[in-house]
Design a protein around this ligand. Structure first.
Ligand code: ATP
Ligand code: MG
Length: 1010
């Protein structure tokens, strides 16, 4: 990498500043509490390493700088400062302030620097280093103050969040409120800066330092603010390269990754879409760009991923990088994440978020005018723009960022798309494409006894590969007409295999069927580890194991679909990743959700349920074949019937999928929500502004295809009318047009991300709740946070309903009748009698789900609750997680509406209980990304009872102590726990600083007298 001299100097000045800054945040609590030893703190955080040497203020202040001690005026000034502090005369008059500044406080490097610019370049590197080494520590402080200025100049106009310093004036005031030690330190620093009070040699040294700073300043001005370079690894320190090797085993980049990172548009932070086949290594490029933004430009980044599990995996994977490189990693998934995010003074933050959370996060940053501080937004699986309501949300996020921030770079990664030009136009982005795949993928289809290789060049798309000779008994042929057993036993147990099935039930059946015909040898393969897995499954089910898994796991097989609890799923995934399980039968969700590659991927049929596969689904599934670094080749086999032959041909050979805007999806719900939030956030207050905003959407780019019946502007007008009819906005007409304003209900709706279809209903349900909220049980509250969109999936078993109903207290039954579910109705239903009175079935079903939630909250045992209510445990788990997410929405909704104030406290507690439906003592451990109930129990029983226990744990000891916890997992758990502890400590520190800061509008003493 070509790094010129000024750049090097920039880097040095900067890194000293960083090290000093980072220690400040940890210093205060340690000094005050005094109970943590330095070594304990060192273990807590990488950034704390340096803290130790600065711990003692006295050492740092006096050092060997004799001339300061000789200065008699200093003592007078110290006295003065002390006096000042006691009397708390905080604000001097402007004149006094100016005097103060002339005397001690404010240095004026920018002005000095401009003067010295002309001869600054003549200084060499060696002088620079030497000077710093010889300078006393107080001089370094001086140096830092100047650098702080330098940094602020650099971040001018963009960074509003990095520090609580509001302006020079406030900064001064704030400092006056600090400790006497700080006053002392400040005075020393200033004295050191005052040429009259130091020796000639020191003066000379200072001059050199000033020169150095001016060089740095000039370098910063010369180097575009977009390309500040910190080191040789794509602009990053070599340490990043080492970490990639140590933590990921990645020693060098693939050629395409290198080319992509060196693209001119990437160097200039232009928006970028890059598309490659699955397993091409797309994530690494995004991560390097993120690190560059965090470390070199000190800006926050947002990484958007489509599933909670992926967010948690990324948080775990990047926490170690955050600790080593001194940035925050914050999880925005499920009920986690703070809006707006905490302002971090000294560290940049990486927000890793699901699509829904990313949307709320961007809204909150716009609302608090902090969007410019977001340096980079990365969207993984960008083609999901075409995926229903979630696609609409991605489009909203990106359109808002594009419209509101000139400086935020957008990077999208995707599998290859047919209409990438549309996306490029929308995002004003460059495109990079490559068909690289580290492991070659061979695609086959199997039609009766013959296997064909997919070859688009052939006339009918297939080329004969081999006949399939496998000796099947007649009973076997009957059980397995598609030869799945033969296909899988060609690879397992030595290699891994995924079998995609069209339905959940089919997954279970296929897994059980294969086991029936496997030889006994399979039982011996990694027998002990499979035993451990079964034990863990049993623990996670509080003593119950799914009977199918109990049969298949000893053979190294399992099924994987949404009917499993998330804990079971995680255990199965980990066991498969580690080779304990060699085969998973799964539904299509596995292909998109997690990174579980296999040597051979078998598609049991070209259908998902009754729908023929889409090309993107097919590509996702077969893309799992071939583990980079493990397999030399990956194969996929699609089993087809003759009737599907032609459809299959177009499936495997057709051009790439098209990705369309989804703002119009589901009766234009996305567009309605977008316009509502634009008005709510004050981005647009007139129809013309709405139109101007919408000109920057993908929908606008594709309006010709998508707005056939009505023009886009007619649709927009219609949306405005609908929002007005729903009382979500008001439209005020005046001479020069109309003004659009959000109503309180509208604000609550978009802030709570409540589906517009339900906002009025939610409002009326909550209002009724206020009239007679039942508080001696949580049934009423649980009912209010049961998501409306899960009602349709519930078919109550009337007998169970009645039995549960009779167990309710009189007050609960009364409440149930009040919302619309009287006992008589349920009794009639169970007796099979007709019900004459009209009863709203949605309310009845919702109450049934609320009963399930209450049972869960009471027992925390998912399995027994699922059994009792005749529901699958996967469904019960989904109900739980959706309810906790909806609870967070309702909470935000109520916060915006004055009359709902009592709900705030109640819902805050309920949300926490729903998010971690476990015993209270396990909750702190489960806050760590990816730690689930049974793991938390193991940790707790082993003595790791709190977050700080985990943060201070030795990963090696942890993995030895906890059964079936691999070293890598232990390392990730410890890193995530450290990150969380740091995050919490920093939040508290921010609060302290905020509390001690003098308010900007504090009336001055002078004004008061007058
Ligand atoms: N330069 C590299 N050297 C070795 N391994 C790499 C390199 N880059 C990425 N990998 C590994 O390749 C695997 C696949 O990478 P990644 O998940 O980024 O693929 P992807 O392109 O995002 O695929 P998908 O479309 O399936 O999400 C990962 O395990 C990753 O660690
Ligand atoms: Mg990927």
């Amino acid at each position: 990498m070509n790094v010129d001299k000024p750049k090097i100097k920039t880097q040095r000045v900067y890194s000293r500043k960083r090290c000093r800054e980072s220690l400040r945040i940890h210093l205060t609590p340690a000094r005050r509490r005094g109970e943590l030893t330095c070594s304990q703190r060192r273990r807590l955080s990488y950034s704390m390493d340096d803290t130790v040497q600065y711990c003692s203020d006295s050492e740092d202040l006096f050092g060997d700088y004799d001339s300061i001690l000789e200065d008699s005026s200093l003592l007078a000034k110290l006295d003065d400062a002390e006096q000042h502090e006691r009397q708390r005369v905080v604000l001097p008059s402007p004149q006094n302030d100016a005097k103060d500044q002339r005397g001690f406080t404010v240095l004026q490097p920018p002005r000095d620097i401009t003067k010295k610019k002309s001869h600054s370049t003549s200084l060499s590197d060696s002088i620079f280093d030497k000077t710093f080494e010889e300078l006393p520590s107080s001089q370094l402080l001086f140096q830092e103050r100047v650098q702080e200025k330098v940094k602020r100049v650099r971040l001018q106009g963009g960074d509003q969040t990095s520090t609580p310093v509001r302006n020079e004036f406030t900064e001064d005031k704030t400092r006056k409120r600090r400790s006497v030690a700080d006053q002392l330190k400040r005075t020393m620093v200033c004295n050191a800066a005052a040429p009259s009070s130091v020796s000639r040699s020191v003066t000379l040294k200072e001059a050199v330092v000033s020169e150095e700073i001016s060089v740095a300043m000039q370098a910063m001005e010369n180097v575009s603010s977009e390309t500040v370079d910190l080191g040789p690894f794509f602009g990053l320190p070599t340490k990043v390269k080492d970490l990639m090797d140590k933590l990921r085993g990645i020693k060098s980049l693939y050629d395409w990754q290198e080319t992509c990172l060196n693209l001119e548009c990437v160097q200039h932070r232009k928006n970028l879409i890059y598309s490659l086949p699955t397993s091409g290594g797309k994530t690494l490029v995004a991560e390097i760009l993120i690190l560059r933004e965090l470390l070199c430009r000190k800006k926050d980044c947002l990484f958007v991923l489509p599933y909670i599990s992926l967010v948690q995996e990324k948080v775990r994977g990047l926490a170690s990088f955050g600790l080593e490189l001194d940035f925050m990693v914050e999880e925005y998934a499920g009920s986690k994440g703070k809006f707006p995010p905490l302002k971090r003074r000294n560290k940049a933050s990486l927000y890793i978020a699901t699509i829904e959370k990313a949307h709320s996060l961007v809204n909150s940053l716009i609302e608090t005018s902090r969007i410019e501080n977001l340096g980079l937004v990365v969207v993984d699986e960008l083609h999901m723009l075409g995926d229903g309501s979630r696609g609409a949300l991605i489009e909203m996020i990106l359109a808002k960022v594009l419209y509101m921030s000139n400086n935020t770079q957008i990077v999208g990664m995707s599998a290859t798309l047919g209409n990438v030009q549309d996306l490029q136009m929308f995002l004003k982005a460059e495109n990079y494409t490559n068909d690289f795949r580290p492991v070659q993928l061979k695609e086959f289809v199997k039609l009766s006894d013959t296997i064909y290789e997919v070859d688009p060049k052939e006339e009918d798309g297939f080329r004969f590969s081999r006949h399939f000779n496998f000796k099947y008994s007649s009973s076997m042929r009957k059980m397995d007409p598609d030869h799945i057993i033969a296909l899988v036993t060609e690879v397992i147990p030595t290699h891994s295999c995924l079998v995609f099935c069209p339905t959940k039930k089919n997954c279970e059946n296929v897994a059980a069927m294969i086991c029936k015909y496997l030889k006994e040898e399979f039982l011996h393969h990694r027998r002990e580890e499979k035993g451990v897995l079964l034990r863990e499954l049993k623990e996670s089910g509080n003593g119950s194991v799914c009977p199918v898994l109990r049969t298949t796991v000893p053979y190294g097989l399992a099924y994987h679909h949404s009917g499993l609890t998330s804990e079971e799923r995680k255990l199965v995934e980990e066991a498969y990743s580690n080779g304990v399980l060699c085969l998973l039968t799964c539904t299509s969700t596995l292909a998109a959700g997690i990174n579980l590659p296999a040597r051979r991927v078998i598609l049991r049929s070209p259908y998902v349920a009754t729908d023929f596969l889409k090309r993107s689904q097919y590509k996702q599934m077969v893309g799992r074949a071939g583990r980079a670094g493990i397999d030399t080749v990956g194969e996929s086999v699609l089993i087809i019937q003759d009737k599907d032959r032609n459809m299959v041909k177009s499936l495997v050979c057709a051009p790439m999928e098209i990705c369309n805007s989804n703002l119009m999806h589901d009766d234009g719900k996305g567009l309605l929500l977008l316009i509502l939030s634009l008005i709510g956030l004050n981005i647009t207050t007139t129809l013309d502004q709405v139109k101007s905003f919408l000109s920057g959407t993908l929908l606008f780019v594709q309006q010709k295809q998508l707005c056939v019946e009505k023009s886009l502007w007619d649709v927009v007008q219609q949306c405005v009318d609908t929002l007005k009819d729903k009382h979500l906005i008001t439209v005020e007409s005046h001479s020069d047009g109309q003004t659009l304003q959000v109503t309180m209900l509208g604000r609550a709706t978009y802030k709570g991300s409540v589906d517009l279809t339900y906002s009025n209903l939610l409002y009326s349900d909550l209002s009724k709740g206020l009239d007679g909220l039942l508080l001696n049980s949580c049934l009423h509250l649980a009912y209010l946070v049961t998501p409306y969109d899960m009602i349709s999936q519930c078919n109550p078993d009337w007998m169970t309903y009645f039995r549960q109903f009779t167990l309710l207290s009189a007050a609960e039954q009364k409440m149930s009748a009040a919302v619309g579910v009287p006992e008589s109705f349920v009794a009639r239903k169970v007796a099979g009698q007709t019900v004459k009175k009209s009863v709203n079935m949605d309310v009845v079903r919702r109450m049934y789900l609320a009963l399930v939630l209450v049972a869960l909250l009471k027992e925390t045992n998912l399995w027994s609750v699922a059994n009792r209510f005749q529901l699958s445990r996967g469904f019960v788990q989904t109900l739980l997680s959706s309810s906790s997410a909806f609870c967070s929405c309702v909470l935000h909704f109520t916060e915006e509406l004055e009359e709902f104030w009592p709900f705030k406290a109640l819902l805050t507690v309920l949300m926490r209980r729903l998010s971690y439906c476990v015993k209270a003592e396990l909750i702190p451990l489960m806050e760590v990304a990816g730690v689930m109930e049974s793991r938390a129990k193991q940790l707790y029983n082993a003595g790791y009872k709190t977050l700080t226990h985990l943060a201070n744990a030795d990963p090696a000891v942890l993995s030895r102590t906890i059964e079936n916890l691999y070293r890598k997992q232990a390392t990730q758990i410890v890193a995530s726990a450290k990150m969380l502890v740091n995050e919490k400590a920093a939040a508290l520190q921010e609060e302290v600083d905020e509390l001690l800061m003098v308010p900007l509008d504090l009336p001055s003493p002078l004004k008061t007298h007058r």
